[in-house]
Structure formats: C-alpha cells, structure tokens
Design a protein around this ligand. Structure first.
Ligand code: HDE
Length: 732
C-alpha cells in the first residue's frame, strides 16, 4: 500500500541514519517557488483577482469553478481542536540509545546503538484552546513518536510524573472542571476558577498532582528545560519473554528551569507564543534541544514491595529508591515545514507500540488505550488518519482494512480478508521471531470489580513528600500559586474545603494559604473528605489513608534546585544601550556570552541603529516597546556616559531593570552602566550606598568588562537569585 509509491512497500530496509522519516515525507512536500498557480486539479489559473461575472457590473456566475473551489476549500480549513492539549508545538529529531538494552527489552530501537530512530515530539498545554497563551499555569504535554523500523512507538507523556486521577473514568470530570466554565466560557487556559477547585476539593486523590501543578514546574522557562515522564508503569520485555516494570523519564540537558508567576502573566501579554518561538528559534539557530531517556526498572518479583501501588498513576517511584538509568538521547533538529500538516495532524496513541514494550493494568493507562484512537475519528474526520504523512510509520503497512473517508491507499488484488486462498493467504501473520507483536502473557484472575485496592487510597504521603522536598523559594512559589488560584474562587465553601485538604498535606502550607485568604484552617469539616464514592459503597472505605511506612522524608530529585546550574547555553541577554554606548565593552561582552553559548540582543529606545562612542552604527534588535525584560534571562548595561544618561531618563529602561531585578535575574553593568542600576530600585535597595552587594548583580569597569563577563556568566548559570524575593517586594 502506498501513496508515494517509493519505499513504503520495502520489506527489507537500509539502516536508518535518522532521516528515514524525512525522506518518507519528501513526496508530500509542496513548494510553489517558480511554479504556476493552479487549481487543485492542475489547471493553470489565469486570473486570481476577479470572480467571473455576467456583464461588467453583473452577478457572479456559478460556472466560476476556480472561485468555488477556492472558497469551498477555505470554508473547510478548520478541524476540531484537540479536546485537551489543543495548544502545542512540535519538532522533528532523532533518538539514539547509548548501549544495547537487550538485558531488558527486544525493541530494536533500544538495542541498536548505531541506529538513529526518527522522532516527532509535540509539547502542549492541557486546558487552553489552540490560540491560548503558552505561559498558562498548567501541565505540559510531552508526546514523543518514535518512527521505529518495527512500527510507531508513541510515548505520550507529560512534564509532571503523576496525574490528577487514578482511573480513566474520571477524566471527563477533571477536564470539564478545569476547562472554561460552560455558562460563560471563562476563564481561558486557567485553573484559577471555581469549578476546578470545587472538583479538587471533593477529590483528594488529586492532591499529589495539585502540589506539582502549583509548583514552578507548571510555568516552564522553555519546553527545552522541562523533564518528561511516561507517568504510567509500563513493561519492558526481553528476547526470552521476561518482563520487568519500567517508568520512562526525559531529562533535559539544559536542566529544569521555570519562570515566576508574575513573569508568566506578563509574557502571556508580551509574547503568548513564547514557548513556541523559543523552540522554533533554538532549532533554527542550531541549538538543538536535547534530553536523555531515563528508565527506572523494577523486577516483577518486587511489584508489591512499595508502600504505593505501581499501577497508581498518582504516585512516583522516588529516584532515591529506584535510580533513573540514562540510556539514550533525544535530539530535536528540524522544525516542521507546515504546522497544520505535521504538528496539528499528528495523532498520538498509546496503542502504537512495538515488540519489547508492553502495557500494565494501570486503570488510567487502560482507559487511554481506548481514548486516543477514538478521539482522532472526530478530529481528523474518519478512520484513515494513519495515512496522513506525519502519522505514517516508516515500517511497511499491509493489512485487510479498507475504504472509508479520504482513503489514499490503492490496495491491489481481490482479497481483503484472512484466511484466503485467492491471495496466497497474504498478508500473513508474523511469528514472534519474525517481529510479530505478542502481548505479554500476564496472568489475570478474579471477579469483575469496580473499585480500588487499599494502597490506592494513600492520597497524601507523596503530596507531603513533594512539599518537604522543595527549597524555601519553591515552597514560597507554591504557596503563592495556591493563594492566587484559591483567591480567584468565589464560593467560600470551596476555599474552606481546599485549605482543609491542604492541612492533610502540611499544616504550615495550609496555614499560609488560609492566612492569605483571610480564613481559618478548619480542624474538621462536615461530610467525608473524599466525595468520589460509589452509590452503594461504604464511604469509610473510600476515605484517604496515609501509608504507615513512609520510606523517605524528602526526595532531592523532586526539587528544581538540584537540577544542573552550570550552563548559560541558549540563554537570552538584553543589552540596554542608547547612542554613545561603550562599543568596546559591548563587543567584549557579546563575545564572552556567545563563547558561553548565550545570545545577546540590543534593546534601545528606538529601532534601527544606535551609534556607539566610536561612531559605529549598531543594529538594534528590540525597542523598549517591542522588547521586555520578561522575554530575557539576564540584563547587561554597558558604559558610555551619554547612553547611560539617556537610559536613566527613560522610564521604560528603568522599569526594564526593576522588573529583571524583581524576577531575580542576573544583572551586570560596566562603567557608567552602574548609574542606570542606581537610578532603578536596586539603588534604593542598597540604602543609597551606591554599592552593589545583591546576589546576581555584577558591576565593574568598562575596561575590565571581561571580569564582569566572567562573573555575569557564572551568576546567570544559577538561573535566578531567589534570595532577593525574601526582601521587600520590588515595585515593577
Ligand atoms: Fe491524554 N488525551 N488522556 N493524557 N494526552 C489526549 O488525544 C486522555 C493523560 C497527553 O500532542 C487526547 O489526540 C484520557 C495522561 C498528551 O497530540 C485524548 C486520559 C497523560 C496529549 C486524551 C488522559 C496524557 C494528550 C486529546 C485519562 C500523561 C497530547 C487529543 C485516562 C501521561 C498529545 C488527542 C498531542 C491528548 C485522553 C490522561 C498526555 C482525548 C482519557 C495521564 C501529551 O485522547
């Protein structure tokens, strides 16, 4: 079967160099350069400016086939957006395993280190519509398709390792609760509203996930600086048929970093495409995003040795208990040619699996296995979405599935059933030795049952573990996130129930949130804690129970503080300058930053060029109108008396510095540049001494700019200087 005639029917394939999918897509690419404009059926168009009319001022004619084709196609350009994860962005790349994992799995892409397996990754937010901001407080989707020689494998994960619910049957409920409220469709892309917190306050099962979503993880600095998680426990199966449990992780080589909530809200206005642009630009400039694939492997005999159930998607396996082995690398190196054709039409599905990997009975995973295929029927308009170029595997496809809307394959022969004698019983089944997928023969027994086993009811131990593992700054951010979110809730009873639930995670956390909301933490509330109880069940059985044996007080791996803080690669630095800036200092600073992998851009009072102290005209990338501190990681102010005096008298320039300071970013100044810092809040914060002792504020002379650059780069690698938040709040 083929729409391209080339390659797809190959039964033996040359080894991949990572470009299999690139080549496979080639036949579908269209480029109008130097070509005539035609109709969809190839007739060259002579007039694309005027409709065909009866008479010079007469009515349009039905006969105008070109007009009707053009408008009809336009009328049908939109398809339904994804019901969740509608807002997203993606890229192509490849995956390569470091060394054979044959000790765990027979999956070829995990056992052949010489092979570069093509991938497509789509990142997303969950709740917002297609056009919503990238910077919403939300979980991020991290969905990876591996186009392996044995078929597509889709690892459809998130940037948070747990989920709100344990059973797929609650998914419509949690999503309805978080989506804009149905009567007025507000708010967009935000969980800060009554229906979400109403649901959560009645549903303690979500509390671990709530801790993560209220943490800075939900406002990443970049898709390139997020972890990814398969969330569920899966299985790896080796050549002999032995299975082990596995959790999948993606570890970003740039570390895990986030922005502040105030910053996120401002970015949403200044550049709602911030993450999309960041990913696009990184790839265009050759700074290819990279992640290592991590696996946590658990022997089958150890299935029950944990104080939580491996099938419960609201739990992690702490890395301190089962270490993450880094086994391969994912690199994203090519932007899509067309957003709709590739990023929008990709249809991920957990059921896209290859021999050597298998499912578990996690009831969330089991439900997802149904949902992903089902949803594409509506979104992509019928059962043939697998033929869309981005969805086609690089492995050959032969089966007896036929027809349906938009069928593209021209199946040859009279046989479309099996068994058959007329077609030599082709296509034929593959034995396991020939790569046939055979489900892992997991023993299953028991009676039909709707319910949960006991370990599933420990809703708080890991929520507390997460809280205990956060740094002071992270705790403050989490508290503020809850204050913000619950502060947007109107119904007092919902706030009450929420602070009560929080008190089961940590009393000080609950107290700090309640204090801000101006309420008491209730010592008891009427009714059960968990309201998600079957009609005939005993509510007592459904109430949360903390596990008695908590093996860990804290897990350092859960704190972003412990992520690598040693690189400024791909970080964006704003150089604030105006006419008269010190050219030599800017040149030396730019050189040092670029050598460290960072990117420097000039922000000035106007666009075009500014003239340095040696008379050189220098291009400006942003003005204070088109740029903003929230779009940068750090700020440098070079000397040059005139430049600094112009900037010090410019309220936008002073605001730029104040805001960067408020958001705990690294700020450097050389020579007279320090005067701009003195004109900002930083000056007053130093009690008028004119000296700068704040963490992350680096000053020096213009001639000594190399020393300034060294300190600047070291401080910037720390990402942020959170201790500044502990002082008095900066007015910006
Ligand atoms: Fe999804 N989810 N999900 N989800 N999910 C979809 O599939 C669903 C869940 C995730 O970039 C939908 O194609 C159910 C967990 C990502 O295209 C839909 C349940 C995790 C994406 C769907 C979950 C995810 C989706 C909507 C509870 C992390 C975006 C459009 C059982 C492990 C993929 C679509 C992309 C998308 C259903 C829970 C991740 C409706 C029923 C847990 C990254 O099928």
């Amino acid at each position: 079967m083929s729409t391209n005639g080339k390659g797809r029917n190959r039964t033996s394939r040359a080894k991949s160099n990572g470009s299999d999918k690139v080549n496979e897509l080639e036949v579908n690419r269209e480029d109008g350069t130097d070509q005539f404009l035609t109709t969809n059926f190839g007739t060259r168009v002579n007039d694309d400016q005027n409709t065909l009319k009866a008479g010079e001022r007469g009515p349009s004619l039905l006969e105008d086939f070109h007009f009707r084709e053009k408008i009809t196609h336009f009328d049908h350009e939109r398809i339904p957006e994804r019901v969740v994860h509608a807002r997203g962005s993606g890229a192509h790349g490849y995956f390569q395993v470091y060394e054979s994992l044959e000790r765990y799995t027979k999956a070829k892409f995990l056992t052949d280190p010489s092979r570069k397996t093509p991938v497509f990754v789509r990142f997303s937010t969950v709740a917002g519509s297609r056009g919503s901001t990238d910077l919403a407080r939300d979980v991020r989707g991290f969905a990876t398709r591996f186009y392996t020689e044995e078929g597509n494998f889709d690892l459809v994960g998130n940037n948070i390792p747990v989920f709100f619910i344990q059973d797929a049957i609650k998914f419509p409920d949690v999503i309805h609760a978080v989506k804009p409220e149905p009567h007025n469709e507000m708010p967009q892309a935000a969980s800060a509203h009554d229906t979400f917190w109403d649901f959560i306050s009645l549903f303690p099962e979500s509390m671990h996930m709530v801790m993560w979503v209220m943490s800075d993880r939900a406002i990443p600095r970049s898709y390139r600086m997020m972890e990814g998680f398969g969330v569920h426990t899966f299985r790896l199966v080796d050549e002999r048929g032995k299975a082990r449990f596995v959790k999948f992780h993606w570890k970003p080589l740039l570390g895990v970093h986030s922005v502040l909530w105030d910053e996120a809200q401002k970015i949403s206005g200044k550049d709602p495409d911030f993450h999309r642009r960041d990913l696009w630009e990184a790839i265009e400039t050759g700074s290819y995003p990279e992640w290592e694939l991590g696996i946590q492997v658990v022997e089958e005999k150890d299935e029950h040795k944990f104080d939580f159930d491996l099938l419960d998607a609201t739990k992690i396996i702490p890395e301190e208990i089962v270490p993450v082995q880094r086994v391969g690398k994912l690199t994203l190196d090519r932007n899509p040619d067309n957003f709709f054709a590739e990023t929008e039409q990709i249809a991920f599905h957990l059921g896209n699996i290859v021999p050597g990997i298998d499912f578990t009975d996690d009831p969330l995973l089991q439900g997802r296995l149904f949902s992903y295929l089902d949803t594409q029927l509506t979104r992509l308009g019928g059962p043939n979405f697998h033929e869309i170029p981005i969805n086609r595997p690089v492995a050959p496809v032969h089966n007896n599935q036929r027809d349906g809307f938009m069928r593209q394959t021209i199946n040859k022969g009279r046989v479309s059933y099996e068994p058959n004698s007329l077609g030599g019983n082709c296509p034929f089944q593959a034995a396991m030795a020939q790569g046939g997928f055979a489900s892992y023969p997991e023993p299953v027994q028991g009676r039909k049952f709707r319910g949960k086993t006991e370990k599933f009811f420990d809703h708080f131990s890991q929520a507390t573990l997460f809280w205990n593992s956060q740094s002071d700054a992270e705790k403050n951010h989490l508290v503020n996130a809850l204050r913000f979110e619950l502060g947007k809730v109107d119904v007092p009873e919902i706030r009450q129930r929420m602070v009560y639930l929080l008190s089961h995670v940590d009393k000080s956390l609950a107290g700090r949130v309640a204090g801000y909301l101006g309420i008491e933490v209730p010592s008891k509330l009427e009714g059960p804690l968990n309201h998600a109880v079957p009609a005939d069940a005993d509510p007592k059985k459904y109430q949360p129970k903390r596990s008695k044996a908590t093996p860990l007080d804290r897990s350092p791996a859960l704190s972003m503080e412990n992520t690598p803080h040693d690189s400024v690669a791909t970080r964006k630095v704003a150089i604030l300058a105006a006419d008269g800036f010190d050219e030599a200092a800017v040149k030396a600073m730019t050189k040092a930053l670029e050598a460290a992998g960072a990117m420097a851009q000039i922000v000035a009072p106007h666009l075009g060029t500014i003239t340095g102290n040696k008379g050189t005209k220098t291009p400006v990338q942003f003005s204070f109108l088109t740029g903003a501190s929230v779009l940068f990681d750090a700020v440098y102010v070079p000397g040059g008396e005139r430049s600094v005096s112009l900037l010090s008298g410019n309220a936008d320039a002073v605001h730029f510095v104040n805001e960067a300071y408020k958001h705990c970013k690294t700020i450097a100044a050389s020579g007279a540049g320090a005067d701009l810092l003195r004109a900002s809040y930083i000056g007053t914060s130093n009690a008028g001494t004119g000296e700068f002792s704040d963490p992350g504020v680096i000053t020096g002379t213009d001639s000594g700019v190399r020393t300034v650059a060294t300190g600047f780069i070291e401080a910037m690698a720390l990402h942020r200087h959170w201790t500044r938040e502990m002082g008095s709040p900066v007015p910006a």
